[in-house]
Design a protein around this ligand. Structure first.
Ligand SMILES: Nc1ncnc2c1ncn2[C@@H]1O[C@H](COP(=O)(O)OP(=O)(O)O)[C@@H](O)[C@H]1O
Ligand SMILES: Nc1ccn([C@@H]2O[C@H](COP(=O)(O)OP(=O)(O)O)[C@@H](O)[C@H]2O)c(=O)n1
Length: 416
């Protein structure tokens, strides 16, 4: 209760709230004030008379618990609320303050029942969940904490005050060490904190511990092939293996395959830490193999970072961290490949290939199919990663032609 009170009184006034009302446009930003402020027109739509409004935020010191509670609530809201309820992604943050983002939801209940209020009051019983309700009063709208079931709390009213758009989309504030990891220790710590609730974490950490030195001398070249699913990575990497007499590796490595499904069902913090560690295991394999032959790698850090950033950042491509941001910097302790090639095909060709393949897709890949915005963000994030940056390869011609194009690129650089 103390935490909740602090969240309410201590930090609330300096915080900005953002509601992802429509993913194709800017979020709606507002702050809170003790004096009433007339609402602008854009806000009337959100805080109109059409239904009851609530917001819900998860705040808790334990980051694993926080991530899991957020995911659990998202799931519960999707099954417990009726079709008359709209649920929007929402967040509260302190502008330009890293790690200040608190993720949550904004709920508009247009039903005639009190269903959402009951669901939210039950959720609010968890000490890490904070629910506010919003009430229109003429030209004003105020926010107050929803009292939990059987509990009467002293209630502090705050008025909604429109706020200017944030310079950086709020979701970019928490990417470092929550979605993307820039050294092995940070990712390692996340899995270490999970060992009680996810026993598989211990096995993954053991596999990481077993890997020795990742550094390598002047061995053979290391070439990474990146791209969205079905852009032709498997086809090209197999062909390169043959034609260059190379060793073919993947990230995540084969030894993590038994754990992948488990970690794919976890919230981003845990899931991304798993993939980050996979890169370090693959790096150790690259270190050894590149002493003997050229190494081709199917997905590596570009994939880990691009998918993580694109998932963490809601809405449009414009919301991504700006080019040159430190969030696109290669981890200092991760082996650097000599060449990174990004396979690109048109969305239509990619869909055709996906359909022809007729395989099951991961949830994320299924999402790609319907979510053009997400696909654009992944590709743009790929292109913004620096040092090493990727070279774009048009992968729409035939497999043979793509292979020739890539062989030409490699030959130019290494005379292989
Ligand atoms: N250059 C190409 N032209 C046409 N079809 C291709 C080409 N490269 C791959 N494919 C086909 O597209 C599908 C996806 O290719 P795949 O290599 O499995 O992609 P990824 O490994 O990137 O998911 C497969 O059915 C494959 O046969
Ligand atoms: N090095 C890697 C590889 C995959 N991934 C994740 O794994 C997913 C894609 O893997 P996948 O197995 O479906 O890709 P394909 O190699 O089958 O095309 C992406 O959604 C990423 O989230 C990662 O984070 N880092």
């Amino acid at each position: 209760m103390l935490k909740r009170a602090m969240f309410r009184c201590g930090q609330l006034c300096s915080r900005v709230f953002a509601v992802e009302f429509d993913l194709r446009t800017e979020p709606l930003y507002f702050t809170l004030n003790s004096t009433p402020q007339v609402l602008h027109k854009a806000y009337q739509e959100l805080f109109g008379d059409d239904g009851k409004l609530f917001s819900l935020h998860v705040h808790c010191d334990n980051r694993i618990e926080k991530a899991q509670t957020h995911a659990e609530i998202k799931h519960q809201l999707s099954i417990a609320l009726s079709r008359d309820c709209d649920v929007f992604e929402a967040s509260s943050f302190i502008p330009d303050v890293k790690n200040s983002l608190v993720k949550g939801f904004f709920i508009r209940d247009k039903s005639t029942t009190d269903l959402s209020e009951d669901v939210l009051k039950t959720l609010q019983q968890s000490k890490s969940v904070c629910v506010f309700s919003y009430k229109r009063e003429g030209q004003y709208c105020w926010q107050e904490m929803l009292s939990p079931v059987n509990q009467v709390e002293e209630s502090v009213r705050q008025y909604i005050t429109p706020a200017a758009a944030a310079e950086h989309h709020p979701s970019t504030l928490n990417i470092r060490n929550s979605d993307v990891f820039y050294n092995m220790d940070e990712a390692y710590k996340v899995l270490k904190e999970c060992t009680d609730i996810i026993p598989e974490s211990k096995e993954v950490l053991k596999l990481v511990d077993e890997q020795l030195e990742t550094s390598r001398g002047d061995g053979f070249p290391v070439i990474v092939i990146e791209g969205l699913d079905a852009t032709g990575k498997t086809t090209l990497t197999e062909a390169l293996r043959e034609s260059l007499n190379a060793t073919l590796l993947k990230s995540p490595p084969q030894c993590l395959a038994p754990f992948r499904q488990r970690f794919d069902s976890e919230p981003p913090l845990i899931r991304r830490a798993f993939y980050a560690l996979g890169n370090y295991i693959t790096a150790a394999h690259i270190g050894k193999e590149s002493l003997r032959a050229p190494v081709i790698v199917d997905r590596f850090w570009h994939s880990t970072a691009a998918y993580a950033i694109a998932t963490a950042v809601g809405g449009r491509v414009e919301n991504l961290p700006e080019p040159g941001s430190e969030l696109y910097k290669w981890p200092e302790d991760l082996l650097k490949p000599n060449l990174v090639l990004l396979l690109t095909v048109s969305p239509e060709e990619r869909l055709r290939r996906l359909r022809d393949r007729g395989q099951d897709k991961t949830i994320e890949e299924a999402e790609l199919e319907v979510n053009q915005l997400f696909r654009l963000k992944v590709e743009e994030a790929y292109k913004r990663i620096q040092n090493p940056a990727c070279i774009i390869v048009d992968a729409s011609p035939s497999p043979q032609e793509v292979l020739q194009q890539v062989q030409h690129l490699i030959r130019n650089k290494y005379h292989l």
